[in-house]
Design a protein around this ligand. Structure first.
Ligand code: CA
Length: 226
């Protein structure tokens, strides 16, 4: 079960604080509220939120200073709310460690979109174990196994095998493979895909196991059982 995403709101205006709490709670975020910088920092240290919404203009310690200090608490993304919209203000905020800005007044939908974008960027990809037939691929360690036999892969071999494992039984054209694994167009002359498919076959069939990566003549390749 997923734990709810925790958002800390540091905002001195009661009206905006309540507005954010209602809206974010409705969107299933868990919300902590602080009305000034020092209690906000204390809550951040205590609860380690996944994201902080931070008002720039705060009584006492201002948003920029809070932002600098939050950076020392943890890697959580910081979205600054500000009535200021000049370029130098933005630069100052970014220098202080803010990840994004929203100028007041803002639409709630816009805030939600920014929050989702920041959370997506911050989330480390979760390691997975991909399986097809007796082949497994660990996306955390980049190791492959055929049954219990460990298969060591180079970086490109891994990327190619991961592409096949994420699209089992699906014919992958040469263009798609170039795009996804090499990231640019070779102009059709290169036999690099053939070379790497050969490496993968040698490694995955080293004990005479049945072939899993098949050629689809004139089109590309497919991961499937015989
Ligand atoms: Ca304020």
């Amino acid at each position: 079960m997923n734990t709810p995403t925790r958002i800390l709101v540091i905002e001195d205006e009661e009206r905006i604080r309540q507005f954010l709490q209602r809206g974010l709670t409705f969107e299933n975020y868990r919300v902590d509220l602080a009305a000034d910088g020092s209690s906000g920092l204390a809550l951040a240290r205590e609860n380690l939120p996944d994201l902080v919404i931070l008002d720039w203009m705060l009584p006492g310690m201002d948003g920029l200073e809070v932002c600098r200090r939050l950076r020392a608490v943890g890697p959580m993304p910081i979205l600054m709310l500000t009535a200021k919209d000049s370029i130098s203000d933005r630069v100052q905020g970014l220098d202080a460690g803010a990840d994004d800005y929203l100028v007041k007044p803002f639409a709630f939908d816009e805030l939600l979109a920014r929050i989702r974008a920041l959370l997506r960027r911050a989330a480390p990809p979760q390691p997975e174990v991909l399986r097809f037939a007796d082949l497994t691929l660990d996306t955390g360690t980049h190791q492959a196994f055929r049954n219990d036999r460990v298969i060591e892969l180079t970086a490109k071999e891994y990327e190619l095998l991961e592409l096949f494992m994420r699209h089992p039984r699906q014919v992958l054209t040469r263009e798609v493979i170039y795009d996804r694994v090499w990231g640019y167009d070779f102009g059709g002359e290169s036999n690099i895909i053939e070379v790497y498919v050969r490496y993968l076959r040698q490694k995955t069939e080293a004990n005479n196991e049945p072939r899993l990566i098949h050629t689809v003549r004139g089109v590309g390749y497919v991961l499937r059982e015989e």
